[in-house]
Design a protein around this ligand. Structure first.
Ligand code: TXA
Ligand code: MG
Length: 331
């Protein structure tokens, strides 16, 4: 069982050394914790899939410390540049056309992009994460640091619960609780108009402010490989928009609708997002047959929260190890 290490400078340096040697390191970002490996090294990327228990090779996000370095690996477009200027470093992932022969160093390997000619790029904001990425000196492929089909980790202790036993993992860097708590907004910026593939804390309004275009939703099943309804699955069944729970429910409240835990007594969506996965984990461990969740308003960050809640509540097959049945868009 591997323990989390506080992300002090010496530990960050040791973790970056491990990455360059092809090992895996879990690290914090402002969204969720990632399970990182050198994106240019197919052996390292293969170990990421193995540690997560992913039967399928789904495309991963490459994390990079600066926007200018990110554009070494993906071809900027007008909206891509505008979005990067507005929201990087931050909780946004851009899908761009992949650059196969970067000016500096090796390209991101095919296994990390699942053989697509597009690439997912992100410059996270968390200072310790950027320090880590800068010291790695390579793009770091990192899916959320959970076992396939399970709730994304927002604290180092969650990573220990999920992957502490994985022999592929060299270190868990504890960077404190993730401030945002929902995965990055994924935007396909290859065309003229932005397409939101996964909602997050960069909202449609913010995207429109930056680009002048109201973002579109992707065509059904076309752009995001492996997109499936059920994801972020607790082991108990989940019921949404509950105002009056049953006696056997574990209730997750929001605002004035209280519960065993409350996402945000003040009905603050930012606080609710940051608490979401932690409270789903807590509720899953409490005695009760079902997790009942109070209504959360469907606007701003509430769009992303409701998206994750619907996926947690979606019918899922009995086989929890099947990535294809549990991941959203293949994440
Ligand atoms: O906040 C986050 O994005 C976290 C942190 C660690 O950065 N990462 C994360 O990774 O959520 P993951 O693997 O769980 O989700 C990656 C998402 C998936 O929905 C995947 O389908 C999408 O990015 N994606 C990756 N490459 C893509 C591509 N070339 N085209 C379309 N979607 C892509
Ligand atoms: Mg994920």
């Amino acid at each position: 069982m591997i323990n989390a290490t506080p992300a002090r400078p010496a530990q960050i340096t040791a973790a970056a050394d491990a990455i360059r040697q092809g090992q895996l390191v879990a690290f914090g970002t402002e969204t969720v914790y990632g399970l990182g490996g050198d994106a240019t090294n197919p052996d390292a990327v293969a170990r990421i899939y193995a540690a997560k228990g992913r039967p399928a090779f789904n495309p991963l996000i490459s994390h990079i410390e600066t926007t200018s370095r990110a554009f070494d690996f993906g071809l900027p477009t007008l909206i891509g540049q505008q979005l990067a200027d507005a929201f990087w470093p931050g909780p946004m992932t851009l899908i761009l056309n992949r650059i196969m022969a970067p000016n500096h160093g090796p390209a991101v390997c095919d296994l990390a992009t699942a053989g697509l000619d597009s690439i997912a790029l992100r410059v996270p904001a968390k200072a310790q994460a950027r320090q880590f990425l800068a010291e790695c000196g390579c793009p770091v492929a990192a899916p959320s640091a959970n076992r396939s089909g399970r709730i994304s980790p927002t604290r180092a202790t969650h990573v220990m619960e999920e992957l502490g036993g994985a022999r592929e993992l060299a270190m868990i860097l504890d960077m404190g609780p993730a401030e945002d708590g929902v995965e990055s907004t994924v935007i396909d910026a290859r065309g003229e108009v932005p397409l939101v593939l996964r909602p997050g804390s960069i909202t449609p309004n913010m995207i429109e402010m930056a680009t002048g275009f109201a973002p579109q939703a992707p065509g059904q099943g076309i752009i995001s490989p492996g997109q499936m309804e059920s994801h972020y699955a607790p082991s108990k069944p989940v019921a949404l928009n509950i105002t009056t729970p049953q006696a056997s429910d574990v209730m997750i409240g929001f605002g004035p609708i209280n519960g065993d835990v409350n996402l945000s007594p003040a009905a603050d969506l930012v606080e609710a997002a940051a608490n979401l996965y932690h409270m789903m984990r807590q509720a899953d461990m409490m005695a009760g047959k079902r997790i009942a969740i109070a209504p959360v308003p469907e606007d701003g960050l509430g769009i992303a929260i409701n998206d994750r809640l619907r996926r947690a509540a979606a019918d899922r097959p009995l086989d929890h190890t099947s990535e294809h049945s549990n991941e959203y868009p293949s994440g």
